[in-house]
Design a protein around this ligand. Sequence first.
Ligand code: GLY
Length: 255
Amino acid sequence: MKKFKYAVVRKPSQSMTNGLTSADLGKPVYEKALEQHSNYVEALKQCGLLVKILDPREKFPDSCFIEDIAVCTPHCAIITYPGAPSRNGETDGIEKILQKYYTEIEEIIFPGNLDGGDVMMVDDHYYIGLSERTNIHGANQLIAILEDYGMTGSVVEMNDMLHLKTGINYIENGNFLVTGEFIDNPSFEKINQLIVPEEEEYAANSLWINDTVIVPEGYPKTKKMIEDLGYSIIEVDTSEFRKLDGGLSCLSLRF
Ligand code: GLY
C-alpha cells in the first residue's frame, strides 16, 4: 500500500548539542548525528518517498525534530504552535515550504499549543495527546480543523511521556506498538496492541511508511515482533537523537 509520497526533513544544526532533553544520556555527537540523519533520509527514500531536505537552523537546537511543527493530512496541512518556548519560532518559514505541496494550509493559534509528536493518524481519525507540549486549546483547534475537512479527532489524557507517539504508534492493519502508560489505555478501542517491553520502550516509536516499518537499531524484541507480522523492516540507528528524547517519527513530516 502506498500512502505517503513525500517527506520533509531538516538537517540537524550544530546547536543540537544544546537541545531540550530529559534523557540523561549525555550530549549528542554532532558528526554522528549527521551520519545517522543521512541514513534516515536514505531509509525514507527506500520506502519510496521523495525527500525534501531543509537547511539546518542554528537558532533552534531542536529544529531537526520537524514533525512537531506541522500536522500533514491528506486534505490539508496544519502549522502547529509548539509547546516548548524555545521551539515556538521553528514554525517560521514552514508555510512557504508546505505551499509547494498543499493548497490548504491551516494553523494553530495562541493560546493553543500543539506539537505534531502528540498527533497520531489512524486513517481519518487523529488521536491527540494532552502532554506538557499540547494543551486542550490546541487539541480543540485541531479537531475543529480536521472536522472542516471531513476528518475527526479525539484527545488522549497522558501523564508520563514527552509526546503521545513516544509511547504509541500505528503501523497500519489495525496494529499499534504500545508501551508504558498507553498499554490497555481505554482511549484506544479495538486495537491490536503489540506490547513493546519496558527495556525497549524507545522502539515504540517505529515508523510505518508504505508497508515498510523503520525500526531504531538495537531493539531486537520489537523488531522481531513487527517482522513476525510480515512487515518489511529497515533498521536505522538514531542513538544521537535519542539523547534529545527524539525518535524516528520526530525527524520527518510525511504525507
Ligand atoms: N528534544 C526534543 C524536544 O524536546 O522537543
